[in-house]
Design a protein around this ligand. Structure first.
Ligand SMILES: [Zn+2]
Length: 256
């Protein structure tokens, strides 16, 4: 009798476990492998500056991004090293946020180098297509973005900032990636800076940043990481708002 009850309880537990797993509740994010960590140790400039909890969170986000995205190459075979470094760029941008999961963007496509976009007809280093859940990056430009880490140009950060912006809008009803009030502060302050850029009076940002709010956000992210101290000096209020919005302070972190 006892054996029969134990068997029944065991069988029921197994059914619950299978159902939970199937429903996705127990599907954990795989961690980074040893070789993936080595790639970051070797080439992940930002990763190497992190310690403790921030480093753990960065690894967790990179592993999730790697696993969540489908990876496609256009005229290039996408090897693990490329995926790890793009996922690392995502983790650089997202590791200070409470929520970091992209659900609407599901594919990363890499070109070998600068490419002619079928959409615009112009040469591109990258683009995002929110309606297709697609992030496109030129691998050559991604590498060059990190080869000079202080020129305020980084296409990987630029395109992932676009993805974050559109992902936030797409997720607005389910919850939010970016704090709504901080984002509103940012938008209010950005408009003033965009006016200065258009008038040729910005002391920091390149002209392209004056295109519109979406482009300004992406360019501001590039400067936030690559010229943090200059950004803080040129516009301390906007820098402070970005620091709160992204939950990290690269100007202070670099100095420490
Ligand atoms: Zn852009």
């Amino acid at each position: 009798m006892l054996i029969a009850i134990l068997f029944l309880v065991g069988a029921m537990a197994l059914v619950v476990l299978i159902a939970a797993r199937w429903a996705g509740y127990l599907r954990g994010t795989p961690g980074l492998t040893r070789s993936q960590r080595q790639v970051l140790e070797q080439y992940g400039l930002f990763y190497r500056t992190l310690t403790g909890e921030a480093r753990t969170r960065y690894e967790h986000i990179a592993a999730h991004f790697l696993d969540h995205m489908q990876w496609r190459g256009a005229g290039i075979s996408v090897v693990d090293e490329m995926k790890v470094l793009i996922a690392g760029t995502a983790a650089q941008l997202l590791h200070g946020l409470k929520q970091f999961r992209f659900t609407h963007f599901h594919t990363v496509m890499l070109f070998r180098d600068t490419y002619r976009s079928g959409r615009s007809g112009r040469m591109h280093q990258g683009e995002v297509r929110p309606s297709e859940g697609l992030i496109i990056i030129s691998w050559g430009d991604h590498v060059r973005g990190y080869a000079n880490p202080s020129d305020g140009r980084n296409v990987g950060l630029h395109e992932l900032a676009h993805a974050l912006w559109f992902e936030h809008k797409a997720q607005a009803e389910e919850g939010t990636l970016l704090h709504p009030e901080r984002l509103q502060d940012w938008i209010d302050q950005a408009d003033a800076e965009i006016e200065r850029i258009r008038a040729g009076n910005s002391t920091l940002f390149r002209e392209y940043a004056g295109t519109n709010q979406v482009e300004f956000f992406a360019v501001a992210v590039e400067y936030f990481f690559e010229q943090a101290a200059q950004f803080r000096e040129a516009d301390p209020r906007l820098y402070g708002t970005m620091k709160d919005l992204l939950g990290q302070d690269p100007a202070a972190d670099r100095r420490a």
